[in-house]
Design a protein around this ligand. Structure first.
Ligand code: ATP
Ligand code: MG
Length: 556
């Protein structure tokens, strides 16, 4: 699809109308993560939508940390989020924004609403407040503190702020409508007492604003024109608009909601992902099985695959579950185009080519990628001893050529980019295990057809025994073995796939990859796509490759 016939999503329609009518001069959006966890694939969609809308309309997108709740927030998350957004390929306009930068302004606006008779200090405790709130079928009751004097509320708010009031005993509430059919409008809480230091403002504040009292005002301060969030905030929109209408804000942002991205066989809840980390079901936030951006990166998924996947999804007004296979299609497609080719023998068995001189070596020049000239060439060392995969060898001479296109005793196979070879006999250890295959090369078959009467069964990969490096290969399967792990009565923890990680040591990779760099992508021929693991990627340390994905979709 070209850019011009890409369907326009409903937010772009709104933007077009706003630009045409002159309601908006420059489109400004924002991505507003709360730094209470690492970003996941769902956030990537929100990032692509927000940064994408800004870019397509010549506007800007802010990166704003919604750091209004010090209890769960941490600097580690702030740094990880910044790294992830950059790695995905997006640049925010201006400086990074923080909701905590606006605490002073928000406080002034709270005082303003009190002065206007539109907010009050309430002394109902949490349980009483629930009681007064009413139910879906029953309207709420006014708080007995609703009509307290403006001066009294102002004074109490100040006391709350400086820490002179106990937690849980008072809140600041907006005076809206206890009979509203929308719960969010039944005198929502604007400030809560929380005697807790904040990672950026220290112990300056003993009260922290609610999401609802903060978000729209933050947007207004930053000149955000289109505040795009997910559907669960649709019921908060009237409240968002109420604050915008009742405060002297520097601009008038508007909120639009679209459907969350959910992927099957995984979860996109920060709280649950944090539980997986805290309870050590995975190695950490960047475990390659995690649907986090950092996990996907470490697994070897490229930023462009994530962006293209997100862009392929509709920006819809309903939530949906996307099939993991759809994401994997984008991952595979991207790697097929961009990963260098290499050979790695995962389950090696030694082959001695008896008619090849022991002191002879050759090197064959092969392309880095079959159709990418810009990826240059690599050289493959060849010698008397090589490794092939045990699964590429059989002693069963009755196997049909069609069924088993690999090496069979007494028969021929081609080594990728090298000779045709024949297997003649096997050498076993005391336990009967094959430890070596003895065979021969067919001379003059590198880059040339087989001579008359010889027919290779197929092509297999291999590495030189002397010019290869030992490595460990980690193969991942889906983290959960249930399509909707967090639906139903059981805990999502009950559906963790116990076989989601296989660690295979003693693999042999071509020598050129001994100093592979984490984040470089390789296709190990006939095996799959791999990248070096970041966990031990320093020079001289163990060589570990993560399998990003197999060559074909063989998920059943
Ligand atoms: P959680 O509820 O799991 O903690 P969150 O949605 O509250 O996650 P935020 O840090 O508030 O996490 O999210 C930042 C932005 O990303 C918000 O605008 C939110 O709507 C959006 N977002 C979060 N999850 C998804 C998702 N699965 N699909 C699309 N957008 C998402
Ligand atoms: Mg949130």
């Amino acid at each position: 699809m070209t850019d011009t016939d890409k369907p326009i999503n409903f937010i772009q329609h709104v933007i077009n109308a706003d630009l045409e009518a002159g309601r908006v001069a420059k489109v400004v959006t924002r991505f507003p993560p709360e730094p209470n966890g690492y970003l996941h694939i769902g956030h990537a969609k929100s990032i692509c939508v927000n940064f994408g809308l800004a870019a397509e309309n010549g506007g800007g997108c802010n990166l704003r940390f919604d750091d209004t709740n010090p209890e769960k927030e941490d600097e580690e998350y702030v740094n990880a989020i910044i790294e992830d957004v950059r790695w995905l390929g997006f640049e925010w306009q201006g400086d990074i924004c923080y909701a905590s930068n606006y605490f002073g302004q928000l406080y002034t606006w709270a005082q303003y609403l009190i002065s206007e008779g539109k907010a009050y200090i309430c002394e109902l405790n949490a349980e009483q407040m629930r009681e007064y709130r009413g139910t879906l079928t029953e309207v709420g009751k006014n708080s007995p503190y609703r009509d307290r004097a403006v001066s009294e509320s102002l004074e109490l708010l100040e006391k709350m702020k400086v820490g002179a009031i106990d937690e849980g005993t008072m809140t600041l509430r907006a005076k809206i409508d206890m009979e509203s059919p929308n719960f969010n409008m039944r005198d929502p809480v604007m400030y809560r007492i929380k005697k807790m230091a904040h990672q950026r403002t220290g112990d300056k504040w003993n009260i922290y604003p609610s999401y609802d009292f903060a978000h729209g005002q933050e947007d207004a301060i930053e000149g955000v024109t289109h505040s795009v969030c997910t559907l669960e905030f649709a019921a908060n929109r009237p409240l968002y608009e109420w604050f915008v209408a009742n405060l002297p804000l520097p601009s008038t942002p508007r909120q639009y909601e679209f459907g969350r991205l959910n992927l099957n066989y995984t979860i996109t809840s920060k709280r649950k992902l944090k539980q997986l980390v805290d309870e050590k079901h995975v190695e950490g936030w960047d475990d390659p099985r995690m649907p986090t951006i950092s996990g996907l990166r470490r697994r070897g998924v490229s930023a462009s695959a994530i962006r293209e996947f997100c862009d392929s999804l509709a920006v819809a007004k309903t939530d949906g579950v996307v099939d993991m296979a759809q994401f994997e299609h984008f991952i595979r497609d991207d790697l097929n185009n961009n990963a260098r080719r290499a050979m790695c023998v995962i389950n090696p068995v030694l082959v001695t080519l008896a008619n090849y001189a022991a002191d002879k070596t050759e090197s064959f020049t092969v392309p880095g990628h079959p159709n990418r000239d810009d990826m240059g060439e690599r050289s493959l060392a060849f010698g008397r001893q090589i490794y092939i995969d045990r699964n590429d060898f059989s002693q069963d001479t009755t196997l049909s050529r069609k069924k088993f296109k690999r090496l069979v005793i007494g028969d021929y196979v081609r080594l990728r980019s090298a000779y045709i070879i024949r297997a003649d006999e096997v050498i076993r250890d005391a336990a009967g295990e094959i430890i070596e295959i003895v065979g021969a090369i067919v001379p003059d078959t590198v880059g040339q057809d087989a001579p008359e009467g010889i027919k290779a069964r197929g092509v297999i990969h291999w590495v030189s025994a002397s010019e290869s490096a030992d490595c460990i290969v980690k193969i991942y399967d889906r983290l959960f073995n249930k399509a909707a792990p967090d639906a139903g009565d059981e805990s999502f923890l009950d559906h963790i796939n116990p076989e989601s990680l296989a660690i295979i040591s003693g693999c042999k990779v071509e020598a050129g990859l001994a100093d592979a760099v984490a984040g470089d992508h390789y296709q190990f021929e006939r095996e799959g796509y791999f990248t070096r693991d970041t966990a031990n990627a320093t020079n001289g340390s163990e060589l570990v490759f993560n399998c990003t994905i197999g060559l074909r979709d063989n998920w059943k």
